[in-house]
Design a protein around this ligand. Structure first.
Ligand SMILES: [Zn+2]
Length: 428
């Protein structure tokens, strides 16, 4: 039943929550704003009957805690009362918008950079979820709330999260379900990985990877057609070996416009992940860490164009890099090398040095000398620079060093691999 204002709901943790007002409702239940222990929280209250197994699973997830800060995870379970039950979670903060709004262009990322940061955070969240032994089972565009300014992500509806290999009874949302789940299989981390690739593709290109000419030609989307287009007969719209499902002009405008602009590394990865072989063999799909590497490498190519100041891609290995916004050729003479990473230095570009979600450096033009490029330390740590003649200098936060050939800089430790991040500048 529905709860009215002022209703007290008892929690298994020994205190109670008081309903203030309804915040929204969905297929499974209603979300209320509640007051508990002096704090405002959200209560998800189920209006559909759910079994003991579901209740026990929620209890277990609460005890386990969130895999990362990006999850709006269940915090407290209610006792069974008023003919149902629910759980408390933190409120979604202001400034986050549902992923679907971005697909419909009602929301726009502040930058391509923010979009890639968002992708990294989604991959990281799912890596942590799988590391905790869970599978999400119901990954779809309604689960993500994204902040357009910096790409921060919150993942909601975590009540269907189950231990890997167990079935929540939720099969997932059509268009996001893996072919093997559509065919009757149980959702698991492999099917999550399929859904992750679909989400990433939609994030970058604004259209669905399997919605092309075949879907447009379909007179009426029946369950049978759905099983075919997203399941056993799925064809990636840019499958290099099968052109039967190409995107359609006037219908799939986003992907037609964006696909040619993105670096080939990213496009090849999607071609491979959505190839018929990978669709048919779940264990051939990339794990989240591999996606992170691809996105991180792509992020390294993202610079601010020196001519038009818009974001574009520049590969240090290419002889010519034409700006995707103004079409002019970009000078790649100034580069920062960190192991196998070759980053083109262009004023205005943020540099991700020890991880791919926190910018720690910024390439700038020196105010009193437009010919001099510098890298400013926008991290919290001291950097150690060694000049070509061997002089050692500390570059404190907010200070900068000049981009000169042969300069070596130690940027600190990479948190994930615990290795020193050392860079060298080259200027042709
Ligand atoms: Zn440009």
């Amino acid at each position: 039943m529905e709860l009215s204002k002022g209703t007290k709901v008892n929690l298994t943790a020994g205190f109670s929550a008081t309903v203030i007002k309804e915040l929204g409702r969905g297929g499974q239940g209603i979300v209320y704003l509640v007051q508990a222990e002096g704090k405002q929280l959200a209560l998800k209250w189920y209006t559909t009957p759910l079994d003991e197994k579901f209740y026990k699973n929620l209890e277990r997830n609460i005890a386990c805690g969130p895999p990362s800060d990006n999850f709006i995870w269940p915090l407290y379970l209610t006792q069974k009362q008023y003919g149902s039950f629910g759980y408390l979670m933190r409120l979604r903060p202001e400034g986050y918008f549902e992923f679907g709004n971005y697909l419909l262009a009602r929301q726009k990322f502040a930058s391509i950079n923010a979009m890639f940061t968002c992708a990294m955070k989604i991959c990281n969240a799912f890596m942590m979820l799988h590391r905790f032994g869970f599978s999400y089972q119901d990954l779809n565009d309604g689960n993500f709330f994204i902040r357009p300014s910096d790409g921060d992500v919150l993942i909601c509806d975590n009540d269907n999260v189950m231990p890997q290999g167990e079935k929540s009874g939720i099969m997932g949302k059509a268009r996001y379900m893996a072919p093997e789940v559509i065919a009757g299989g149980i959702p698991d981390k492999y099917s999550d990985r399929f859904s992750l690739s679909v989400i990433l593709f939609m994030l970058f290109f604004g259209n669905h990877p399997f919605e092309g000419a075949k879907v447009v030609a379909c007179p009426c989307m029946t369950e049978q057609f759905e099983k075919s287009f997203y399941g056993k007969d799925a064809v990636f719209i840019y499958d290099p070996t099968d052109k039967s499902n190409l995107p359609v002009r006037g219908v799939h405008g986003n992907v037609i416009k964006r696909w040619p602009l993105f670096p080939s590394l990213l496009k090849q990865t999607f071609e491979q992940q959505f190839a018929k072989d990978c669709l048919a063999h779940p264990n051939k799909r990339m794990i989240e860490q591999q996606w992170q590497k691809i996105i991180s490498k792509t992020k390294d190519l993202l610079i601010v164009c020196p001519h038009c100041k818009e974001e574009t891609f520049a590969d240090a290995h290419n002889e010519h890099n034409l700006c995707i916004a103004c079409g002019k050729d970009i000078n790649t003479d100034k580069q920062l090398h960190i192991d196998s990473r070759h980053i083109v230095l262009s004023a205005g570009t943020l540099l991700y040095l020890t991880d791919a979600v926190t910018p720690e450096g910024k390439t700038e033009t020196f105010p009193s000398d437009n010919n001099l490029t510098v890298i400013r330390n926008i991290s919290q740590n001291n950097w150690i620079a060694t000049t070509p003649s061997g002089k050692i200098k500390t570059v404190k936060p907010q200070e900068f060093f000049p981009v000169i050939n042969g300069l070596k800089v130690s940027f600190g430790q990479n948190a994930a691999s615990n290795t020193a991040v050392k860079g060298e500048i080259t200027v042709k």
